[in-house]
Design a protein around this ligand. Structure first.
Ligand code: ADP
Ligand code: TPW
Ligand code: MG
Length: 572
């Protein structure tokens, strides 16, 4: 370890100031990959009592920081080396921004003088310029006395308003810069009220209630912004008082239990198609809701009410009849207040039709989830895991893949808020292990990661990290031998495998054993159940290789319609 010379006398240095500024703002966990120029910073952080988790790839450290931000409402911090490390972390920073998760990417960089004259420094890159379009804000700190203000700006930018990713550039020389210790201490900034409440205008609340009251077939859609807001009790009270059926978006599942009588989850198509008025709470009308387009009821366009902290989100895709701009906690409190004591629920025709559809669909699904087929199909395997989550509602479910994602989302009921973490707005593969690690670190809860075999491959090396930190993570790899299916063939008849298939009969469980974790090969729902329950009882890092029928999945899961369709015959 380099000698920390500035710790003595009346001098301090950049290392100390970064650590003190983070700790002053209650940021005590860092997700990183060490190297020049931040190796010692990580060591000094650890020495100062911070938790510094070292990953095998920056992208995974970044995804960990992003989801830590979502879970805690404080920016998750990822720290990387310059150029390649920075770029590896940047995907996660962009992902955090896209998903409205507060995150800070701190990267070491080369000296400005060399970068700007393009003189070819070690890992030279104009990182600030590259980060800018991919995040909410990007700052560079050149002087030790500005570290406090730089970190304060980064925190406030990440969490205030619509949360997002912030890039913080620390040129190597900054860390070793010294200054008077007392002046250094005074330069630190404690961010007061980092995400101030944003109260909605009273008239916007009244307008929203009018539109909702006038609806014949209203529907509430809860998004992950609602889950992020941690206004769980108020949201539940509002939904219950309104009597309106609701649909949770993927990561909002569990905000109210999926078994709630007002949940339209199992009647999603009907609810989306037949509603005349939709109230969005922390959910965007993006591709996941078909941009709100083509959505009519009878021959009239649907009406939309939208509750969101970002004013520019309104009218992004269709006209919003009643925009309510503010933080969800304040907005829902105002809406509840405005409803008074005589709010009448929507007609029983509408709520009854949804309920009936939910019950039919649930009853139809039941027997399929109990099949004991070998090899397993998605229903059999997920039926087993569904029971485990029901019995252990505090466990955090991490989920990625195509079929593995789509089936798990619809089959596994969630019971508590922020317990389902997945691919988010981009549908990105590779979030799995970083997300699982941060979920375990930030909450201390047991984590169950349900991973397509392809999805797992993007971050699989982090199982070493899971073993190293002895985290209570059970990874289940849905091994169907490929992307969507394992049964593809090379259309040319050549000897290369098809583009979507992997090595047959792989044993991902043996990877876990290589690092001292528990590995289990499960070929039936019973074996799967047993292995996952044992993992959750023991809390030991475990990987279960769940053998899935290679023909069970469909192309692109449930979004195959988004694939471009070829109209011209192939030239050979
Ligand atoms: P989903 O994918 O679940 O539909 P989105 O990520 O599309 O959710 O939407 C989340 C929305 O929530 C964003 O438009 C964001 O501005 C908003 N949001 C995030 N946090 C808050 C908050 N505290 N108060 C109000 N709106 C919020
Ligand atoms: C960063 C494209 C979407 S889903 C998927 C890929 C590669 C893998 C599906 O196979 P998996 O699941 O995980 O085995 P299953 O059950 O259907 O077999 N690169 C990134 N993100 C995305 N979304 C892709 C590629 C993709
Ligand atoms: Mg697969």
């Amino acid at each position: 370890m380099a000698e920390q010379v500035a710790d003595e006398g009346n001098l301090t240095d950049g290392f100390n100031l970064v650590i003190d500024a983070l700790k002053l703002n209650d940021i005590n966990t860092i997700y990183n990959v060490p190297g020049i120029p931040i190796t010692d910073l990580g060591r000094y952080m650890q020495a100062a009592g911070m938790r510094v988790l070292s990953f095998r790839h920056e992208q995974n450290a970044g995804y960990a920081a992003a989801i830590a931000g979502y879970l805690t409402q404080k920016p998750g911090v990822c720290m990387t080396v310059s150029a390649p490390g920075f770029l590896n972390g940047l995907t996660a920073l962009a992902h955090a921004t896209t998903n409205c998760f507060p995150m800070i990417l701190i990267s070491g960089s080369s000296e400005r003088e060399i970068v700007d004259l393009q003189q070819g420094d070690y890992e030279e890159m104009d990182q600030l310029a590259i980060a800018k379009p991919l995040c909410k804000a990007a700052y560079r700190v050149l002087h030790a006395e500005d570290i406090g203000i730089g970190i304060a700006r980064a925190i406030r930018s990440a969490v205030s308003g619509r949360p997002g990713g912030v890039y913080l550039d620390f040129p190597a020389k900054l860390l070793a810069q010294t200054m008077d210790a007392a002046a250094g201490e005074q330069s630190l900034v404690q961010v007061i009220d980092a995400a101030p409440r944003q109260l909605p205008a009273p008239e916007s609340v009244a307008r929203a209630l009018d539109v909702l009251k006038g609806a014949e077939r209203p529907l509430i859609i809860l998004g992950k912004g609602a889950a992020y807001a941690q206004a769980d009790d108020a949201i539940r009270a509002f939904v219950e008082k309104s009597g309106v059926p609701y649909l949770p978006m993927s990561m909002a599942k569990g905000l109210l239990p999926d078994t709630h009588p007002q949940s339209a989850g199992a009647a999603r198509s009907l609810a989306l198609k037949e509603s005349d008025t939709v109230m969005l709470i922390g959910a965007r009308l993006n591709w996941l809701l078909s941009h709100g387009k083509g959505r009519t009821w009878g021959d009239k366009p649907k009406k939309f009410i939208q509750v969101d902290i970002e004013p520019r989100e309104m009218d992004s895709n269709v006209e919003i009849a009643a925009p309510v701009v503010g933080d969800i906690g304040s907005c829902i409190a105002a809406l509840l207040d405005g409803m008074g004591d005589n709010w009448s629920a929507p007609s029983a025709d509408w709520t009854g039709a949804i309920r009936e559809k939910v019950e039919t669909n649930v009853a139809r699904m039941g027997p399929r989830l109990q099949n004991n087929n070998i090899p397993m199909n998605y229903q059999g395997a997920l039926g087993a895991l569904r029971t485990i989550i029901k019995e252990r509602p505090d466990a955090i479910l991490v989920n990625e893949g195509a079929n593995t994602l789509d089936f798990a989302r619809s089959i596994i009921d969630m019971y508590k808020p922020r317990k389902r973490l997945d691919v988010g707005t981009w549908g990105v593969m590779g979030v799995g292990m970083g997300t699982a690690i941060a979920a375990a670190v930030e909450t201390g809860n047991q984590v169950l990661a349900i991973e397509g075999d392809s999805a797992f491959g993007f971050s699989g090396m982090e199982i070493e990290t899971i073993c190293r930190y002895e985290l209570p993570v059970c990874v289940v790899v849905f091994n169907n031998g490929g992307i969507y299916q394992g049964a593809g063939v090379n259309p040319s008849g050549g000897s290369d495998p098809a583009t979507t298939v992997f090595v047959k009969d792989s044993r991902y469980d043996k990877m876990m054993e290589a690092f001292g974790g528990v590995g289990v090969n499960a070929t039936s729902p019973d074996e799967l159940s047993q292995a996952v329950n044992a993992a959750m009882d023991s809390g030991k890092p475990t990987l279960v290789n769940a053998v899935i029928d290679e023909t069970a999945g469909t192309e692109s899961g449930r979004i195959g319609n988004l694939n471009p369709q070829r109209v011209v015959a192939q030239k050979t």
